[in-house]
Design a protein around this ligand. Structure first.
Ligand code: LMR
Length: 399
């Protein structure tokens, strides 16, 4: 069983962190995995999270199993954060949420559920997309296809090509859409473009599967739900995978959710019961701690206000880093207009660096960037920005 296997390749994102940890270069910089970092390069625990944890520790009375779909308070809070508490979809009981281990867990539970319901469907992902998306859906047995998204010439969205392809996706196929802070490009749809995509989904009859991993990291908690609201307006059915890794900094607690929206309460409840079966045979029921943190914070106005201000501070810091990075590129003689970096949303910048340049930066400069040129902007600090930009300048000679 376990002889004659060559090692699997390291993960293209998480593997970089391992390589960076083992790198002895004192100037090494990790711009790979998408985690928020402060000016000292640390990924801090939010104050609101620490306070909620202290409260949970002092008030907890049991470690008994969670329900298969997670705690009712958490499930309610997640739905309200996604849609807004007064949304008609919630009032009509058309949305059911399960607590999953992270956003990745939500994608995989959703994929396994869809495989049960529609085994011969294809899953369409943006070109490019998060490095793990194809793996998750292929792991569930789906064929994946791509729709156009990023235009490297304009460093923006190729919306006409995207819409043209989505207009030809067969009914019953599944289209994965990034709700905001597109990973890896940082290029998002406008509210009007979301409406057009939602209209095509309705007209064609394909199922939208929204990956919502960065709510609050784009323009704000409310602004970032524009895509979700457009889908809710037009589409009778869709799925949402959401995550609290980034907006609560709960990366290692694996705190996410799968939300299923059906045409009516009865259809939703019946389909959701199958999601619970998928969960039961995979990991039985979710890990409790991260969900308790989230519901403790969202359920209390004072805690919630503190968390929201911490989220604003993280978003604003990334915006400042984008400005600093663009200035430092110019100051280091990197030719070109990099103002697009300040327009990208979320943690990432799709830098346009070639594979050879990414390799040079890693091997010669100990600067770790995801293949394809995705930079975690949050990893840039006042201390490493000069070294980074001077190294990028050197890498250009490789073109
Ligand atoms: C990323 O894209 O860097 C994050 O979503 C972390 C991960 O799991 O890849």
């Amino acid at each position: 069983m376990f002889s004659n296997h060559t090692p699997a390749p390291p993960d293209s994102i998480l593997g970089l962190t391992e390589a960076w940890k083992n790198d002895p270069n004192p100037n090494k910089v990790n711009l790979g995995v998408g985690v928020f970092k402060d000016e000292q390069g640390r990924t801090p625990i939010l104050e609101s999270v620490k306070e909620a944890e202290a409260y949970i520790l002092s008030s907890a009375t049991t470690k008994s199993y969670m329900p298969i779909a997670g705690a009712p308070e958490y499930r309610q809070q997640v739905k309200a954060l996604l849609f807004g508490a007064a949304h008609p979809v919630l009032a009509a009981n058309r949305a059911q949420t399960a607590h999953t281990p992270g956003g990745t867990g939500a994608l995989r539970v959703g994929a396994d559920l869809l495989k049960k319901f529609s085994p011969s469907a294809s899953v369409w992902v943006s070109s490019p997309t998060w490095a793990n998306h194809k793996g998750v859906f292929q792991g569930a047995g789906f064929a994946t296809k791509e729709y156009p998204y990023y235009d490297s010439a304009t460093k923006g969205l190729n919306f006409s090509a995207m819409l043209e392809t989505l207009s030809a996706v067969p009914a019953g196929d599944i289209v994965l859409l990034h709700a905001c802070c597109h990973n890896p490009t940082g290029v998002d749809l406008s509210a009007g473009q979301w409406k057009a995509v939602a209209a095509v989904a309705k007209e064609r009859g394909w199922l939208p599967f929204l990956d919502f991993a960065y709510q609050g990291y784009g323009d704000g908690l409310v602004e970032d739900r524009a895509g979700l609201l457009a889908l809710a307006e037009s589409c009778p059915e869709f799925l949402v995978a959401s995550s609290f890794s980034k907006n609560f900094g709960l990366y290692q607690e694996r705190t996410g959710a799968l939300t299923l929206i059906g045409a009516d309460a009865e259809a939703t409840a019946a389909s959701f019961s199958h999601a619970q079966t998928v969960i039961r045979v995979n990991y039985s029921n979710p890990p409790a701690h991260g969900g308790l943190i989230v519901s403790t914070i969202l359920g209390d106005p004072v805690r919630r206000a503190k968390w929201e201000s911490e989220l604003v501070a993280m978003r604003e810091r990334i915006a400042q880093i984008r400005e600093m990075f663009v200035k430092a590129l110019a100051a280091n003689g990197v030719p070109g207009d990099f103002s697009f970096i300040t327009r990208q949303k979320g943690m990432f910048s799709f830098s346009g660096l070639s594979d050879a340049q990414v390799k040079f930066l890693r091997e010669k400069k100990s600067i770790y960037i995801v293949g394809g040129g995705r930079i975690n902007v949050a990893g840039i600090t006042a201390k490493n920005v000069e070294y980074l930009c001077a190294s990028i300048r050197e890498s250009l000679d490789l073109k």
